[in-house]
Design a protein around this ligand. Sequence first.
Ligand code: PLP
Ligand code: ZN
Length: 462
Amino acid sequence: MTAAFQQCIHPDCGARFDTSQILTSCPACGSLLDVCYNWDQVPVPRSLREFEKRWLSRLNPVDFSGVWRFRELLPFATDKQIVTIGEGQTILQKNDLLAGRCGMRPGTLFLQYEGQNPSGSFKDNGMTAASTHAHQVGARMTACASTGNTSASLAIYAGVTGLFRCVVFVGSGRIAYGKLSQALDYGARTIQIRGDFDDALARVRQICSKHPIYLCNSVNPFRLEGQKTIMYRVLEGLGWQVPDWIVVPGGNLGNSSAFGKAFLELKQLGLIDRIPRLAIINARGACTLDRLVNEGGLKWNQGRPSSEQIGQFYTQMDRDQNKASTLASAIEINRPVNLEKALRAIDVCDGIVRSVSDQEIIDARAMIASCGFGCEPASGATIAGVQLLRKQGLIAASDRVVCILTGHQLKDPDLTVAYHSNDSALREKKLGPSGVRETIWSNAPVVVDNDEAAILRAIGIN
Ligand SMILES: *Cc1c(COP(=O)(O)O)cnc(C)c1O
Ligand SMILES: [Zn+2]
């Protein structure tokens, strides 16, 4: 019926499976799976420009969706099977003010604002695709583990479409209240386990493997197909020109992986002539990829990255009881499930990995906000990364750079208020050591008596 199939990414295995199977790893060897296509059976347009015609037929929900209007590039479902709630109406915007503050020339820095999605994060791009596949295979119950946004996204798809029930697993540590409140509001059965995200994910994977529950984390290869479209919209926003750099925060590395696959496929299909470089930015308190790549020299190695090296790294991490810890809760992940696919993306995109501190993340987040874009801490890692790469001379002032702002400002208002407050106890409580220092972006509310003269003085009118 479709040209799609699932395939194990390991070159020594490469086992293929029908899209009707519900899998999150290769049953033969345990590696990750890709959704692949027989492209000669797909009516792919000869030019990416053709996709712009879909803007004219936006009354059709599958043309309205910012994911499915590119459906020939993720052709695993029929139009009737597609589950969409109008996701992907997101925009690429040039921001010269921010460019200036990062030492870049005007016209070079672009923000892809994924906070505009229905649930307020990029996750909806993936969840529409996972939901579509869940619907295709007749799933009755879905699940995910989440640092917050995945659960908010799955909860909205389950709640609004009524096609399946959903259960979300969150850790007991850091979870932004904006996100938790969404899962509760949209009616997800919310299970808070003792443990962190990595524990919650391991548990939900185990439960889903034993029971008929459809898993929607980014080990689900269909989810990543939806996330490819973020790159299609970026190219569309640039008049189908390829930028020099894509900068993305790295958590479970689903986005990084999806972006690499998107560009690889576009190149293979002859729809682009070059591939941008990818910069994946970790938080220093959750920087497995950075350490493996930059200290360990881990490489994709044509599909054979050293599993001994990865295994040793995790063994040591467990021995040291090293748990992920960062204010950027969306990327507080020490065992990124898409590690291998991210290595492939780095290979495809001549990519690099960097880590930035929480201080740099929260300052960058506030700076982005001061330029008109409200985003959550994890998204701030992108601009912190740009600042670092400018300093290191890897990004030139004239390079065209696209930062993916992954989640909305209002996901995590506690942190923002603490950042701006001059109540040092609050700052320290919410921000830890990173909260101790005030910055030029801090903008504390002024407390005054309800008295005209005092108020005028506070406003600066004498
Ligand atoms: C999920 C998430 C990330 C991490 O993305 P990965 O694809 O897991 O690397 C970053 N930022 C926000 C806001 C997120 O919700
Ligand atoms: Zn395999």
